[in-house]
Design a protein around this ligand. Structure first.
Ligand SMILES: [Zn+2]
Length: 95
């Protein structure tokens, strides 16, 4: 992929991405991203939605900021997947 701003080929890398929820800054470390030497950072749509998914589930109560590793984020998403599978199975069992 080429940078839409300067036309340079993007490089794959790991970035720290800042998001905020309820006035708390959340820093996600090691987020896979495509980076341009002009400073633009592009994050895959799927990864961006993973981040917002986890963001809503973080306990930010009483904190001013949080630092989260993206590798831990993946663990949370997979755990939730297992839960939804169980629910589906239960529904099928009820009929
Ligand atoms: Zn660029």
């Amino acid at each position: 992929m080429l940078c839409p701003f300067c036309g340079t080929k993007l490089l794959l890398g790991k970035q720290t991405v800042k998001r905020s929820i309820r006035k708390v800054s959340v820093y996600f470390n090691n987020v896979p991203a495509e980076v341009c030497r002009c400073g633009e950072v592009f994050i895959d749509e799927r990864i961006a939605s993973n981040l917002s998914y986890v963001l809503k589930r973080l306990d930010v109560e009483g904190k001013t900021y949080l630092v989260v590793d993206y590798n831990d984020v993946l663990g949370i998403i997979q755990e939730d997947d297992e839960i939804s599978v169980t629910k589906e199975t239960l529904l099928i069992g009820a009929y």
